[in-house]
Structure formats: structure tokens, C-alpha cells
Design a protein around this ligand. Structure first.
Ligand code: KIV
Ligand code: NA
Length: 268
């Protein structure tokens, strides 16, 4: 069983992947991945939205419950979707708690900023482990004007280092660093005791995370910082086309896929 504490003691790099459904979670878990993230990336990766903003609390909760049912060993982290936190402190804590209490998450992840330091402290105090998330925070796409690399200028880089420290002090058990320069991620990792988990953040983090669609090659497109370790899309296209051809040609179902009941008499 992976625990939030256990991540601190890991010698090898921490592995994290997203999953949004039970069969995928089972594969991720059986492969020995440490953390399964029910990311709000489900907006793009599973629900057909073109950003993470429309993703609802209920969508995350339902998918988290499905993932948790199929996961035995990995730590299940539920992403808090846009507006489910950050508007009202009490509501934020209650929503996070519901992801543990009702959806069986082990922890929550929050897109972090100056406004989430106190929230992180409150959640940690009531027993909700918090994974902070700095650098590119996709819920801020409308403010940022795109999914661009963050922390590329001195001031912005120093702000990320400061915010990372503030969230660690507030009790965050781990920190995702998304789409930041490798040397900035390395500096944060060096400066903090809490494990850092990078995506598009270079090799010097304590762990790595990818969106499952990118890792297995399911989507039509992947960001340049991701690596496609498989071609699931190609496999599915081949299988679906083969099914279509087999049905239209009459080749499927064959005798071995059918059952004729000899006991039946004349039916008409
Ligand atoms: O939603 C997500 O999948 C994430 C990861 C990219 C860190 O937040
Ligand atoms: Na996310």
C-alpha cells in the first residue's frame, strides 16, 4: 500500500499516472505505479471538453470512486476541479473531505497559489492530505492566455520557489511542478523536503507524472514534453476496423461465438 508518508521514504523516483476509469486504474495499479491521479485532465482526456474548466465536482467524484474501486496498492489522489475550491474556505475543505469520505480518495490535489496556502493548512489539519500543484496550472488558462511554460523569468521563478515552500510549510505532502524549466524544478526539489513530481519539468524532480492518454498513446496529439510509450490509439483503430469488416462480411459471429439450443422445438 502506498501512503503519503511512504512517498517521503522512496529511494527510486516516484511514478504517477492519471486514470479516469476502473479498467485503466487496474492496469496502472498492477504495473506498480505509486500514485494514480484522477486528474481534472479528464475534461480533455475523457469527457470531450477542450479545457479543464467545465469539469464538475460530481464528475471527479464519480470517476474517483471508480478508480478507487479498482486500485489496491497505489495512492489515489483526486484533483479538485475549477471552483470546487478557492471561492470559500469552508466549502473548499468540505468538498475536499467529500472526495475522501464519499469517493474513497486517499488525498486531493489543488492547483495552488497564494490563495491556497491557508486552505492547504486547514485541509491538512482536518486530515485531508494535500498535493500542491505549481507552475502551469491549466485552470488559469484564461488568465495565462495559453498553456505556456511558467517560471521562465527570475521573479516568476522565485515566486514558484516561495510558494512551494509555503505549501510545504502548510503541510502539503507532495508537490506537482508542471511545465517549468528543469533548473527551476531542480532548485525547488533541492530546497524542499516534500517530494516533487514533475510533468514537463525535467529529470531532477523526485518523481514524474503523465496523463495516461499521452503515456499509452491514446490521444491524437500529445504535448512535446510527454512521451508516448505505446500506440493504444493505433491498436484500437485496428481492432474497431477489423470488427466492422468482420460484421459486414458475415465472418463474425462465427460458429464458436454462437449457441444453437438443440432442445428447442419449432419456434414458429
Ligand atoms: O489533471 C491532471 O492530469 C494533472 C496532471 C497533469 C498533474 O493535474
Ligand atoms: Na489537473
Amino acid at each position: 500500500m502506498t501512503t503519503t508518508r511512504g512517498l517521503w521514504e522512496r529511494e527510486d523516483p516516484i511514478t504517477m499516472l492519471t486514470a479516469y476509469d476502473a479498467p485503466t486504474a487496474a492496469i496502472v495499479d498492477e504495473a506498480g505505479i505509486d500514485v494514480v491521479l484522477v486528474g481534472d485532465s479528464m475534461g480533455n482526456a475523457a469527457l470531450g471538453y477542450d479545457s479543464t474548466l467545465p469539469v464538475t465536482f460530481d464528475e471527479v467524484a464519480g470517476r474517483t470512486a471508480a478508480v478507487a474501486r479498482a486500485t489496491e496498492d497505489a495512492l489515489v489522489v483526486a484533483d479538485m476541479p475549477f471552483l470546487s475550491f478557492g471561492v470559500d474556505e469552508a466549502e473548499s475543505v468540505r468538498n475536499a473531505g467529500r472526495l475522501l469520505k464519499e469517493a474513497n480518495a486517499d488525498a486531493v490535489k489543488i492547483e495552488s497559489g497564494p490563495h491556497t496556502v491557508e486552505t492547504t493548512r486547514r485541509m491538512t489539519e482536518v486530515g485531508i492530505p494535500v498535493m500542491a500543484h505549481l507552475g502551469l496550472t491549466p485552470q488559469h488558462v484564461n488568465r495565462l492566455g495559453g498553456y505556456t511554460r511558467q517560471g521562465t523569468e527570475q521573479d516568476a521563478a522565485e515566486e514558484i520557489i516561495d510558494l512551494a515552500g509555503a505549501h510545504a510549510d502548510a503541510g502539503a505532502f507532495a508537490l506537482v511542478l508542471e511545465h517549468v524549466p528543469a533548473n527551476l524544478a531542480g532548485a525547488v526539489t533541492e530546497a524542499l523536503d516534500v517530494p516533487t513530481i514533475g510533468i514537463g519539468a525535467g529529470p531532477d524532480c523526485d518523481g514524474q507524472v503523465l496523463v495516461i492518454n499521452d503515456a499509452v498513446g491514446l490521444g491524437e496529439w500529445s504535448p512535446p514534453f510527454a512521451k508516448r510509450f505505446g500506440d493504444v490509439r493505433g491498436e484500437m483503430v485496428d481492432a474497431v476496423e477489423a470488427y466492422e469488416a468482420a460484421v459486414t462480411s458475415g465472418e463474425f459471429p462465427a460458429e464458436e461465438h454462437s449457441h444453437v439450443e438443440e432442445e428447442l422445438g419449432d419456434l414458429y
